[in-house]
Ligand binder design. Structure first.
Ligand code: NAD
Ligand code: MG
Length: 391
């Protein structure tokens, strides 16, 4: 039995993780579940999976959550507040931690899981973008295995040689669907609404990553994620638009071989892979019907249409804390866009201005990361207030 903790259980990745676990009661037991605010869903999940520990991050909702168990025979141990996430990440008997909190909020608990030597199923790409070197170092020191959940990185992981004998690779090819605005007229970009940006053609995801996919910052974050996870340079990663989202990524070798991972676009595929690794289990997703799919297309990304993608390259070139700043400014900008304070096209302006304003330093401990994160957030917020807010 693998004992699993799910950070961000009520989100899109969290729910898909429980869907896979439910198919294999003999293989997995759920030890801890966490949620920020959705206590109704967390309660339902607890009743079904009976974790020992439940974490409600928003402290004002903790009493209301635990009162739901009145009259029940089962009641989980309850912890609340940000620090409680660390408890869920390092609980003694846990074998693996699904890191599925969105954004910078997931970083401290992910680092804690690495410190505790847990296997980490890493969906929270922002943790790697903010402090990839630190996370990789701590994971290595503590024998914590990182298994990528992001479909592209999970695909790359599957196409790389097994074990430690890494042979030379030519390049990693990350595919990108191009999101909902791949062919939309550029003249209409200013008027894009949050609702339009949150509808992805192939994937159903949380709002933040949906907007990131629409600006293609998601692929920028994934470029950084790939460099950190697989220890490769930016020049060894190619980004290719593939609107069908069937080929999830590829690895090219010096002999001309290119290995690809293909599946229907359903997060249960990478989740089941990482949960069972190194075994294989049923994910609930059908095997591809290639003749039904017919054609697969590939093309180059348009950096003019998607300036956020270029900004991710700029941050990687600037090195050091620039990717921490990129991530923080993006989170602030996306949030403001979702709250209709700024336009879709302003998102890249906020990130660009923040990247240019903030000085980059070496990131060698969590405090430095958090300080840069805060600094970038404050700058991005004041830039939005002073230069962009629609009156
Ligand atoms: P989501 O918005 O659906 O869910 C986010 C989860 O995080 C929820 O459980 C929420 O309670 C929790 N959360 C939010 N803010 C929090 C805070 N401040 N403190 C503690 N918990 C908080 O997001 P998602 O789409 O499931 O994405 C989760 C992560 O996985 C993101 O980093 C995303 O980039 C990555 N990812 C998602 C997908 C996908 O298909 N959804 C694919 C690849 C990678
Ligand atoms: Mg992805």
């Amino acid at each position: 039995m693998k004992k699993v903790s799910i950070l961000g259980a009520t989100g899109s990745v969290g729910v898909n993780t429980l869907d896979v676990i439910e198919r294999h009661p003999e293989l997995f037991s759920v030890i801890a579940l966490t949620a920020n605010e959705n206590i109704d869903l967390l309660y339902e999940q607890c009743i079904k999976f009976r974790p020992k520990l439940a974490v409600v991050v928003n402290t004002t909702l903790a009493d209301k959550f635990i009162a739901k168990f009145n009259g029940e025979q089962y009641k989980p141990e309850l912890a609340s507040g940000k620090d409680a996430l660390k408890l869920a990440a390092s609980y003694d008997e846990i074998d693996c931690v699904m890191a599925a909190i969105v954004g910078a909020a997931g970083l401290p608990a992910t680092l804690e899981a690495a410190q505790a030597g847990k296997n980490i199923l890493l969906a929270n790409k922002e943790a790697l973008v903010m402090s990839g070197d630190l996370l990789m170092k701590i994971a290595k020191q503590n024998n914590s295995q990182l298994l990528p959940i992001d479909s592209e990185h999970n695909a790359v992981f599957q196409c790389l040689p097994i074990g430690n004998d890494r042979c030379e690779i030519e390049k990693i090819i990350l595919t990108a669907s191009g999101g909902p605005f791949l062919t939309k007229s550029l003249a209409e970009f200013e008027e894009i609404t949050p609702e339009q940006a949150c509808v992805h053609p192939n994937w159903e995801m949380g709002k933040k990553i949906s907007v990131d996919s629409a600006t293609m910052m998601n692929k920028g974050l994934e470029l950084i994620e790939a460099c950190k996870l697989f220890d490769v340079n930016v020049k060894d990663v190619e980004i290719v638009i593939h609107p069908q989202s069937i080929v999830h990524s590829l690895v090219a070798y010096p002999d001309g071989s290119v290995l690809a991972h293909m599946a229907y676009p359903d997060m249960r595929v990478p989740i089941a892979h990482a949960l069972a690794w190194p075994q294989r289990i049923n994910s609930g997703v059908d095997v591809l019907n290639l003749t039904e799919i017919g054609a697969l297309e590939f093309s180059k990304p348009d950096y003019h249409r998607f300036p956020c993608l270029q900004l991710a390259y700029d941050a990687m070139a600037a090195q050091q804390s620039a990717t921490t700043v990129l991530n923080a400014a993006n989170e602030v900008a996306v949030n403001s866009f979702l709250n209709e304070k700024i336009r879709f096209t302003d998102i890249s302006s906020v990130i660009d201005a923040t990247l240019q304003d903030i000085e980059h330093v070496v990131v060698d401990e969590l405090d430095v990361v958090l300080e840069k994160d805060q600094q970038a957030r404050s700058y991005a917020q004041s830039f939005i207030r002073d230069s962009l807010v629609r009156h």
